[in-house]
Design a protein around this ligand. Sequence first.
Ligand SMILES: [Zn+2]
Length: 184
Amino acid sequence: MSESKTFPGDRIASIEEYEAGRNTFDDGSDVRAAVIGTAEIDKKQRLAHVNYPGDVSIPKVGDLVIGTVAAVMGSMIAVSIDYINGKQKNSHVECICSTRNLRKRTVALVNDTVCLRIISHLNGTIHAGIKEPQLGVLFTKCVKCGEKVIQMRDAVKCTGCSWIDDRKLSTDFGNSDFIKLSVE
Ligand SMILES: [Zn+2]
């Protein structure tokens, strides 16, 4: 076993020799660190891990995550992850999601609660998708007055000031049980 300090994106091993273990991802040719930590090569199991003192949970490709929109940047949103496959996480790892090709003026806004699916890890960044019907905004408020909104076809309408706003809504929108989403 050998150990060394890693930074996100650092190459730890070749995927021909080792598989991606804890807190790592596979970029197609190498196993890379997803977090700052200590690399650990398990030669017996042929796994490359990164050990992180706080045990940050990094979602894997295919995982369903729920988080809070932290920033909207052109055709991308950055989301701070609160739940991975229905389990609450306190590490608030961020992922980014492209909102291009959705034919929506507004996909999600800062502080909206969204459900996303992890699609890839690239250069230390976690990428998620929002296209499936189940994915999208789960909870939002009126941007004008902060009141509760209700769904109106594929938009939301404020119960206070009647403002109508565009969103990419999840089929679970308005379901207060969204945290207990089952994972298929
Ligand atoms: Zn309003």
